[in-house]
Design a protein around this ligand. Structure first.
Ligand code: NDP
Length: 481
């Protein structure tokens, strides 16, 4: 059976313990490979390689680092087919989605930060009268840790690694143990691109073992983490007393506000996608849908009709819209929320059942599920489900919908559908979230700041924000006569 090895100091190697974890293909519910079960010993080995590589990598010119990153981007593109198949097999997502979104975006991450680093500049402040000139040097931090989740495996892994490397750091990274395959394949791509040994080290294994070892390592000075809010809290508790730099991208429960004056057809088709893309397992999915009362009944009928057309099936079939959920425990968690919805008085307008797919009977498939709720404060509408489940309910006024939208502990993204410019400005300013999409969804320009407020995280990724995170600013003050 295929073994997923660590990638340390430019070479693939077995875990020190000699222990392996099962890696499942969620579309079949079968173990198909083994993952290195790494511990603090492997993380220490990775740290030492990264530490040794740091002086030389941090002294390369921005152009040299840029060239290497651009080579990695090109190699990801050249291997798109193989990487997309690996992602679909490991995660259960439709192959078409991996080909159109996950892998192209992983390549864009390297290409974007390869270019961005050549434009990254710092400020100078002259204090006229005091005869001083201040300038800022932005220096790489050293060895940094990058930890990513399973929903967009290579996409989010590279979203952290690319800016960290571009800024001149060396990296110890851990993908989710649930979806390690494309991170494993990335090692080979980095070697082929000529990334010097030890600059990027990839350690596999569980969060409490390998992940915790990275976060608690005294000399790994910055942690960039994307994952659940509970894990984020744990990481913050570990890292804060060591004064590490922390970037935390956490959970979401994003509202989708639909006003009657919107472009209805466009809204309807995008809302199907923002509800169920990637089986609803995107931190930015709009899982709480609020619809203005005058179009509520029409929306309900049309939305259910559109969602009925979605095909739940094998990720490798071209017409599949919704693949498998990532794991059995996750499927059970999502199903338990559907049960809870019924207990809370919710009405299942569509879906709610596990699906048996012919030829993949043990796979983790679930119907896209629409729940009409009575009270916006019910648990199903407040807690992150992270699956193909949305709630819907009507509203009458802007004030009312803003109150409901802002009622959750999360604040990652929000979507607003309206053609009224005044309303766009009023509502966007009052929504408690890091991102507001108006008449669109998941529209990403990589230069923009990305991140959440409240329990959705701390810090911003994207563009120069990411390069600022992965550098330390130093002020140099010169007095002249
Ligand atoms: P988890 O928090 O369970 O895991 C995320 C990563 O952290 C995994 O690599 C995991 O390892 C690792 N980890 C777990 N425990 C620890 C620990 N004690 N120390 C260090 N690392 C640890 O999240 P999921 O993988 O379940 O991802 C889903 C969550 O991610 C959702 O809440 C979603 O909203 C959020 N997310 C947020 C995004 C954002 O940009 N804000 C984007 C995408 C997802 P392992 O899996 O191997 O145990």
């Amino acid at each position: 059976m295929k073994k997923i090895l660590n990638y340390i100091n430019g070479e693939y190697c077995e875990p020190f313990s000699g222990d392996w974890l099962d890696n499942y293909n969620p579309s079949k519910g079968e173990v198909y490979s083994k993952i290195a079960f790494s511990s603090s010993v492997d993380v220490e080995k990775a740290y030492k390689a990264a530490k040794e590589a740091f002086p030389s990598w941090s002294n390369t010119t921005a152009e040299e680092r840029s060239n290497t990153l651009l080579k990695i981007a090109s190699l990801i593109e050249e291997n798109l087919e193989e990487l997309a198949i690996a992602e679909a097999l490991d995660n259960g997502k439709p192959l078409s989605l991996a080909k159109a979104v996950d892998i192209p975006r992983a390549s864009s991450n390297f290409r974007f930060f390869g270019h961005a680093i050549t434009q990254f500049a710092s400020e100078a402040h002259e204090s006229v009268g005091l005869n001083t000139m201040n300038f800022t040097i932005r220096q790489p931090i050293g060895v940094v840790g990058c930890i990513s989740p399973w929903n967009l495996p290579l996409y989010l892994f590279t979203w952290k690694i690319a800016p960290a490397l571009a800024a001149g750091n060396t990296v110890v990274a851990k993908p989710s143990e649930i979806t390690p395959m494309t991170a494993y394949l990335l090692g080979d791509i980095c070697t082929k691109a000529g990334l010097p040994k030890g600059v990027l080290n990839i350690v596999h294994g569980t969060g409490p073992s390998a992940g915790q070892a990275i976060v608690s390592h005294p000399d790994i000075k910055a942690i960039s983490f994307t994952g659940g809010t509970k894990t984020g809290e744990h990481i913050a508790r570990t890292a804060a007393p060591m004064f590490k730099k922390l970037s935390l991208e956490l959970g979401g429960k994003n509202p989708n506000l639909i006003f009657a004056d919107c472009n209805y057809d466009k809204m309807l088709s995008v809302t199907v996608r923002s509800s169920f893309a990637n089986q609803g397992q995107i931190c930015l999915c709009g899982s709480r849908i609020f619809v203005e009362k005058s179009i509520y009944e029409k929306f309900k009928t049309d939305f259910v009709a559109k969602v009925k057309e979605l095909k739940v099936g094998n990720p490798f079939e071209a017409d599949t819209n919704i693949g498998a959920l990532v794991s059995k425990p996750h499927l059970e968690k999502v199903k338990s929320y559907i049960d809870l919805a019924k207990e809370e008085g919710g009405k299942i307008l569509f879906g709610g059942n596990q699906v048996t797919v012919e030829g993949s009977e043990n796979g983790y498939y679930l119907e896209p599920t629409i729940i009409e709720i009575l009270d916006y404060q019910c648990r199903v509408n407040q807690e992150e489900i992270f699956g193909p489940v949305v709630t819907i309910m009507p509203f009458e006024t802007e004030e009312e919908v803003l109150k409901m939208a802002n009622s959750v502990k999360y604040g990652l993204s929000a979507t607003l559908w309206t053609s009224n410019l005044d309303r766009t400005m009023r509502v966007s300013k009052q929504l408690e979230s890091g991102i507001v999409w108006v008449n669109t969804w998941l529209n990403r320009d990589l230069r923009t700041p990305f991140g959440g407020i409240k329990s959705s995280g701390v810090g911003r990724e994207g563009g120069f924000e990411a390069l600022k995170f992965f550098t330390e600013a130093k002020n140099v003050c010169i007095k002249y006569d």
